[in-house]
Each structure stands twice: as structure tokens, then as C-alpha cells.
Ligand binder design. Structure first.
Ligand SMILES: NC(=O)c1ccc[n+]([C@@H]2O[C@H](COP(=O)([O-])OP(=O)(O)OC[C@H]3O[C@@H](n4cnc5c(N)ncnc54)[C@H](OP(=O)(O)O)[C@@H]3O)[C@@H](O)[C@H]2O)c1
Length: 305
């Protein structure tokens, strides 16, 4: 499997097991999922305090304990900063209390990575910096990153931090490729030309920040998968075609497409089906050609001017 770096952490898997839906698994299935994932090198897990209202982290922790996973053998990432249906909160108090809750639910002393989940318009970079420093000095968090942030928001945040940001988790897939499209449709009078992300992939490459692609198989804003959806028949045909060149599934071809981008993007796959996850992972074992990458891009309805 392709490997990526995150700050000083080297050789991490290019596919992350996203745990947003983990609370839907019973204890036996959750234990099987975690054990087989780790056995197969998928030892990087993405959480958030809000997933299943905290139940996803608890289900995961029980699964790890049931199958005897050692803490040092896995990479744990979680997120805070969203107060559901109410507000975003980057206050020092909220960040610190959220991390304590996360550590308790995950039954661990430390997180490898903490991401701020969505930008808080009222954020004070120095206040976030104080929270990060305290978490770092107490050994509760090793590295810090963000999610759903534009470059200028990251620049503002970085102005108050001693630590570098290591990751920006954003929605990204062939079916959600605005971050690529706005670059191609440069200076054109087209919808695709709208710059909705501030050239975030280019910024991440320049700053050594690892992008992470969330909901890589979802259409729209988590409205169900486009894999096998007749509304995405061209994309599915291209994914099957490219996948068949390497003996992998259409879903795995999505991972191959994401991995082919030179920004060193990790795919955050959210399946709760371990067999599907292991199949998806095969996409990180192959390197598709430039032609194949563009074929998938255009088959998703993205244009080349
Ligand atoms: N930072 C953020 O704002 C943010 C937002 C959303 C998600 N996330 C992270 O990203 C992860 C992935 O998000 P997601 O779960 O929405 O995305 P996803 O991986 O694109 O979708 C997974 C869902 O699609 C279903 N699915 C059906 N057919 C599939 C196929 N052929 N291939 C793959 N999946 C198929 C899965 O069902 P089965 O379970 O039955 O396989 C599962 O319900 C989350 O777990 C979370 O860690 C982050």
C-alpha cells in the first residue's frame, strides 16, 4: 500500500479507516472490523467527538480492547470544534474539554492527531495556540490539523500556533472535484471556475500539509454513494475500465485516482464492511497512468477547457 507522511510521522497508510458510522456495528462486528483492518496494515483510524454522539469512539475502544489491539500499533485521529446544530467553537475551554472527552471515550492517554472539524468564524489564533500548547505539553495530543479549511483560514490560525498544521481533511473525489476544477477553468466565465476553496491542494503541497479526502464515495453532501448509481453511469464505466486494467474494483479505482494526485492525499473510507474496506485498499497498491486519471476526471462530468 502507498504510504504518506503526516508531519514527522512517516510511512502512514494512504487509506484511513473512517469511523463515523462505527456505532452502527454490534460489538462482534466492530471487533472483527478493527482486528482485520489492523492485520492488513490499515491501522490509521479517523474519529470525531460528534460521530454517533460519542458512541462511535466508545464502540471502537471496546473493539480494540476485545481483540487486544495495542495502543502503539495504531494511529488515532479525532476532531472537535462542532457543537451540533448550534455553533462552531474553537475556544480554549471547548478544545480542552473536548479532548478530555475524546480520550476518555477512546480509552487512551493520547491522540496522535487532533483536527479542528470546521472553521469557527470567531476563532482567536492565540487562544487556539494556547490550547494546543497545553495539550502537547501534557502529552495528550502529538500533532494538530484542521478540516474543511481554506488556505487563508489556515494562515490565520497558524499565526497563533507554535506547531505546524499536519493535515486538512476536505471532501474530495472524482464526483466532488471542485478543488481541481477551479484550477482548470482558470479565469473562465463558467460555474466550474468559481474558486470555492482558495487553491487548497496547491497550498497544502507548498506547506507540507497532508490533505485527507472525506466521503470519497458519496455524491453531494453525504447523499449516498455514486458507485453503481445510474446517474453516474459514465463515471462508473470509467472506474470499472480503469479498475479492470489492474484487477481492482470501481471503488478501489477511486482510491487509485485520489492517490495518483501528487499532493499525497489520504483517502478516508467510511465503509463499515471490512471486506469492502480491504477491497478498496487495493487501489492504494497501484499507480494509474496520467491518461487514466484524466479519463476518470472527465467521466465524472468535469470538463477540460
Ligand atoms: N471532516 C469532515 O467534515 C468529515 C465529514 C464526513 C465524513 N468524514 C470522515 O470521512 C469518513 C468517510 O465518510 P463517509 O462514510 O461519508 O464516506 P464514504 O466512504 O464515501 O461512504 C461510505 C458509505 O457508503 C456506503 N457504500 C455503499 N456502497 C459502497 C461502495 N461500493 N464503496 C464504498 N462505500 C460504499 C458504505 O456502506 P457500507 O458501510 O455498508 O459499506 C458507507 O455507508 C467518515 O467515516 C469520517 O471519518 C469527515
Amino acid at each position: 500500500m502507498k504510504k504518506v507522511n503526516l508531519g514527522d510521522m512517516k510511512n502512514l497508510p494512504a487509506v484511513i479507516a473512517g469511523c463515523m458510522r462505527m456505532a452502527s456495528l454490534d460489538a462482534r462486528k466492530a471487533a472483527d472490523f478493527v482486528a482485520k483492518a489492523v492485520e492488513n496494515g490499515l491501522n490509521f483510524f479517523d474519529h470525531a467527538d460528534i460521530y454517533g454522539r460519542g458512541e462511535s469512539e466508545k464502540t471502537f475502544a471496546k473493539a480494540c480492547s476485545d481483540v487486544g489491539i495495542k495502543r502503539e500499533d495504531i494511529v488515532l485521529q479525532s476532531k472537535c470544534g462542532i457543537v451540533p446544530h448550534k455553533m462552531y467553537d474553537f475556544s480554549k475551554e471547548h478544545i480542552l474539554s473536548s479532548v478530555d472527552g475524546i480520550l476518555e471515550r477512546l480509552c487512551t492517554d493520547y491522540l496522535d492527531v487532533l483536527l479542528l472539524h470546521r472553521p469557527d468564524a470567531l476563532m482567536e489564533p492565540e487562544e487556539v495556540g494556547e490550547a494546543f500548547e497545553k495539550l502537547k505539553s501534557e502529552g495528550k495530543v502529538r500533532y494538530f490539523g484542521v478540516s474543511n479549511m481554506k488556505p487563508m483560514q489556515m494562515e490565520l490560525l497558524r499565526s497563533g500556533l507554535k506547531e505546524d498544521l499536519v493535515a486538512d481533511q476536505i471532501q474530495f473525489s472524482p464526483a466532488h472535484a471542485g478543488v481541481i476544477r477551479s484550477g482548470f477553468e482558470f479565469n473562465m466565465d463558467t460555474d466550474g471556475a468559481a474558486d470555492r476553496d482558495g487553491s487548497v491542494l496547491e497550498y497544502c503541497r507548498l506547506k507540507g500539509i497532508t490533505p485527507q479526502a472525506w466521503s470519497p464515495f458519496q455524491k453531494g453532501f453525504i447523499k449516498g454513494t455514486y458507485i453503481g448509481d445510474p446517474d453516474f453511469c459514465n463515471l462508473n464505466a470509467a472506474l470499472r475500465d480503469v479498475g479492470s486494467n489492474y484487477g481492482i474494483s470501481a471503488s478501489a479505482a477511486v482510491v487509485a485516482w485520489i492517490c495518483r494526485h501528487p499532493a499525497g492525499i489520504q483517502t478516508v473510507a467510511g465503509t463499515t464492511n471490512i471486506d469492502r474496506l480491504l477491497e478498496i485498499k487495493k487501489g492504494a497498491d497501484v499507480t494509474i497512468s496520467r491518461e487514466e486519471w484524466y479519463k476518470i476526471y472527465t467521466a465524472a462530468g468535469n470538463r477540460l477547457p
